[in-house]
Design a protein around this ligand. Sequence first.
Ligand code: GLN
Length: 448
Amino acid sequence: LVDTSYKRIKEVDGQVHAFLTLNEESAREEAKKLDAAADQTASLFGMPAGIKDNIVTKALRTTCASQFLDNFDDPLYNATVVDKLASQQAVTIGKLNMDEFAMGSSNENSSYTPTRNPWNTDYVPGGSSGGSAASVAAGEVLFSLGSDTGGSIRQPAAFCGVVGLKPTYGRVSRFGLVAFASSLDQIGPITRNVEDNARVLEVIAGIDPMDSTSANVDVPKYTEALTGDVKGLKIAVPKEYLAEGVAPEVKESVLQALKVYESLGATWEEVSLPHSKYAVATYYLLSSSEASANLARFDGVRYGVRSENADNMIDMFKKSRSEGFGEEVKRRIMLGTFALSSGYYDAYYKKAQKVRTLIKNDFDKIFEDYDVVIGPTTPTPAFKVGEKIDDPLTMYANDILTIPVNLAGVPGISLPCGFSEEGLPFGLQIIGKHFDESTVYRAAHAYE
Ligand code: GLN
């Protein structure tokens, strides 16, 4: 499997650009050991895995696709999720391309060569986990890990025709995930089908003493939830998720999917998420505020490439940050610093926190009567490379259907549900109650 993985990477990655760093020598060595092992029963035994490049891997370069971390060649430890994958004998094939520091929806913010959509390389793979989704779609690895702060697992999964799950906030340890917006970030699996996804989550989920926000909630056997039985399942379909702006082909496919659920004995009703129209603004205020604090550590001293042109210490911080960060990252830091500054804090940050609670309450209310919420993952299939990059607000608006899920902290999955006329895939999104990934998987598997 490991040989096949590298063979495939050599064939296609020159066009797809999913990988930033390969782990070839160690991975082949590891594979040899596994071949010779007496016990070959671990749940991810020998499975080639790709890891998003904002997840720290011991002695394996970790850049967050930023020039600032271009020289971070030798991290001293593994993220908890990486140790957990290794404990079940998955093999790390390499590190995957992304939007710089996970800020973006198209991979065009990678400071290296952006990843392309394997279905058609004129199109973006989505972002920020574009490399994670494209590598699975292109058959370069069997599964990958991505991170999702405002849609970054589900949106690229939708654009690349694969399955991506953002777990409940707190379900998976964030230790070793380079923080973007700590109250929203979650790591999750991207796979070719629902069963693989459930299998990987089983391995990476669970409380971790190294992450105080990881939750002490039992991890069920997710694979056992895949019964095919959705009789009596109560589905809520928010009218805002099929409103204007959603492409007719996407809407049509979601309605078809709901028919499939009906035929399997589930029922659905239209509901409303009245505050979801504020989600994009709320998200970009909160996530940028948190990012402005989290990215303060990149100063050219503790982390990062140090500017060579500085005269004194302050100058060194300024020049290192000016040279190291890309445009979008700077935009977020400035927005976040503004929103947190005294005098503006109440008007922006605090207000956004209040709206966040309203958005969460919308979901809580729906989940009193329904088991899952279903809608599209994105309003449209993948867009063309270059189409939105000069217009950040249009780019941000693309996240309208994924972001509410992060703000509410609930789990959401994207799985393939149709193709556009151009042959580009798009996704069905299934959202569940806090810590109820089992029902999300059961519903996804029954449709798949
Ligand atoms: N597109 C969103 C952003 O740019 C999502 C990012 C993410 O989930 N990491 O912030």
